[in-house]
Design a protein around this ligand. Sequence first.
Ligand code: RP5
Length: 280
Amino acid sequence: MGETVQGVIKAHHIKARFEKPAEYPERFPVPDHLVGWDAEYPDYAPPYHVSPVVLQNDSSRNPAGWADPEDISLVSEIPRESFSGVLRHDALGRPLNPVGRTGMAGRGLLGKWGPNSAADPIITRINRDKRHVEMLAIQRRDNGQWAIPGGMVDKGEEVSRTLARELQEETGMVLDMGEGDYVYQGYVDDPRNTDHAWMETTAKHVHLDHETAEKMDLQAGDDARAVRWLALTPENVRNLYASHCALVKSALAGLGWGEHGVLTGIDKEIVDALLTSLSD
Ligand code: RP5
């Protein structure tokens, strides 16, 4: 049996060790064999970082703030589990990253101690003239990388609502995400992750026929520098933000074909060619 998308993302945990937002200090080095919390690493001394924007939104000081209190003893419900399963905690009661060490302590740019929930709407179409699969993508303002137009789940919000809301806010596209296929629910290898705060997501996929996709008006939202139908060349897929490469591969591998599926003939050839080149 091949690896699951969950397995691929957890096995890598690369961006959470080797990338970081500009405002973070350098991450403490974490070699592959010392990632897991059970591996002895007595010299491990990651810098502590919490972003000023997170402190400004500390809900124990600012009633309108979106972030947990910096003082963890003031957090009413410290997460005990997440999509990644039952969580471990350190001696101070802080939840520990379920994949392991990241070389950074504190929450960094993330508001919640433990899992920070996002939703990722994956919208694809086939461009038969260019023989490309294309994905509706945004260019992120924070680092210029191309990404699925996902975003954070608001407090108390249903994930299906987040998927449609983020899609509309970031790209202008109005779509019922209830129709989509579930692709993934779990940990994201995000460059903002720390030992005590990390991204998790729910990803759903909708494949549109070219004509329907052409009719949609696109408009980049505030968080995006640009929005476009991005040609999914192997290079573009590999360079997507965070774990989006693994999510897109899984979405495309799940596309049905033939009598009851979404793809027929030439479309299937185009998708299969991309998946083959991505498996090299
Ligand atoms: C990634 O961050 C998720 O996969 C999602 O795409 C995104 C959500 O964060 P923001 O775009 O709101 O910064 O980990």
